[in-house]
Design a protein around this ligand. Structure first.
Ligand code: SF4
Length: 394
């Protein structure tokens, strides 16, 4: 992320700026304050060495420890690593009430359906225009609104090239008939949240066996609650017998405005590079490493992805870049971290914006103007307010 320079301005200098740029400086100051504790998100590397944990040679550690996986990743996780996917929230309703749940149903401005379009009719074009390579269907429990799910699934299947498509579910409502409809509509993978039903619920394990008759890519995707480590390890072989080929293990996090916020357990602050703040359980990542180690030592036919807070940060940067086709202004330059940089030539009455490479030309053209470099975070959703993250008077 760019260095914050706005705080070098005196109050008089700020008061001398046009109103719009004063608001930019204020936004940059707020952002800078939020990011102060950024280093609290540790790399997987440091957790591995702190735990004195040795992992098998087949375990890949990438991006400075932000990403860790063993075996061949599911296509969905590969696409997610790059941030090239869109999540469609089918409904916020659920037939369960998990204490770790992250659905933001208490939040008025939570994203409903897609973050950029309102209807399935617009969604196909959006996928093609932005180059979205994967679409996931989530909730709440998406199978509670099956007709709505099918509309978004059909719209996604129409896009060319066709994106990889996967569904999140707690599994309770799945039937053979539903599996057939989903597969015929183009769904590629189902991800079961088995933590929602206690990991060993016979009804849900039977649902996985049924799904295995229709899908080759079945995943168990759970937040790893450290206290549940023994039962997770005990169930690995049973899940494989039922048809599971992939594990996606999330570091346990606690987010405001969700049920997870009031869940009991150890917590330490985590601040993303874009200033988003949550809490993480410090014992969750070591528990994930323990699961990977155990699966390796038992030679289990499972591919395992560790979805860490640090890795999510990189995914989100990738998604900001993905949505640049919807959000980047013609005069902005896209940066690797998902931010956009431009310059402004201004007086108190007027301002013009231009791209960084046009600065020499603009300095000759806009004689008598003052110049500023400004950087904003590209939004993750339509209608998201601008977050300015750097301001520099030239
Ligand atoms: S975690 Fe999933 S299954 Fe549990 S309440 Fe939330 S949406 Fe429902």
């Amino acid at each position: 992320m760019p260095t914050y320079t706005g705080n070098k301005l005196s109050d008089d200098e700020i008061a001398d700026l046009p109103q719009f740029l004063q608001e930019v400086v204020e936004s940059v100051r707020n952002f800078s304050t939020k990011r102060i504790s950024c280093k609290s998100v540790p790399s997987t590397f440091s957790t591995i060495s702190e735990q004195n944990c040795s992992l098998a040679h087949s375990t890949c550690i990438e991006d400075n420890g932000a990403r860790l996986y063993s075996g061949k990743l599911s296509p969905g996780c590969q696409i997610c690593h790059q941030g090239h996917w869109e999540c469609v929230f089918i409904t916020m309703e659920c037939n369960l009430a998990c204490e770790f749940c992250l659905r933001p149903y208490h939040q008025d401005d939570a994203i409903r359906h897609s973050s950029w379009v309102r209807t399935p009719g617009e969604f196909t074009e959006f996928i093609v225009d932005c180059g979205v390579r994967g679409v996931s269907f989530s909730g709440g429990e998406p199978l509670l609104s099956f007709a709505e799910l099918m509309k978004w699934l059909d719209a996604s299947s129409l896009a060319r090239p066709r994106p990889y498509l996967w569904l999140y579910t707690n599994g309770l409502l799945l039937t053979a008939k539903i599996c057939k409809q989903l597969r015929d509509a183009g769904l590629d993978e189902i991800r079961f949240n088995l933590a929602a039903t206690g990991y060993q619920n016979p009804h849900v394990l039977r649902k996985i066996e049924i799904a295995a008759e229709w899908f080759s890519a079945l995943t168990v995707e759970i937040p790893v609650i450290p206290e549940d480590l023994p039962i997770i390890i005990e169930m690995l072989e049973r899940w494989i017998t039922a048809g599971v080929r992939f594990l996606n293990l999330h570091e346990l996090i606690y987010e405001k405005n969700t049920d997870s916020w009031s869940m009991e357990g150890k917590r330490i602050p985590a601040v993303m590079s874009d200033g988003h703040q949550c809490f993480r359980n410090p014992d969750s990542l070591p528990a994930i490493l323990e699961i990977i180690k155990t699966a390796d030592s038992m030679n289990l036919p499972l591919s395992i992805n560790a979805c860490t807070v640090y890795g999510k940060d990189l995914q989100i940067q990738g998604r900001r870049r993905l949505y640049a086709k919807c959000s980047l202004k013609p005069y902005e330059k896209l940066k690797a971290d998902g931010s956009a940089e431009c310059f402004c030539a201004f007086t108190n009455e007027q301002s013009d914006f231009f791209a960084p490479q046009d600065l020499p030309f603009a300095q000759q053209h806009f004689l008598g103007r003052r110049f500023a470099r400004i950087v904003r975070l590209l939004p993750l959703a339509q209608d998201q307010a601008d977050t300015w993250i750097d301001f520099e008077l030239m």
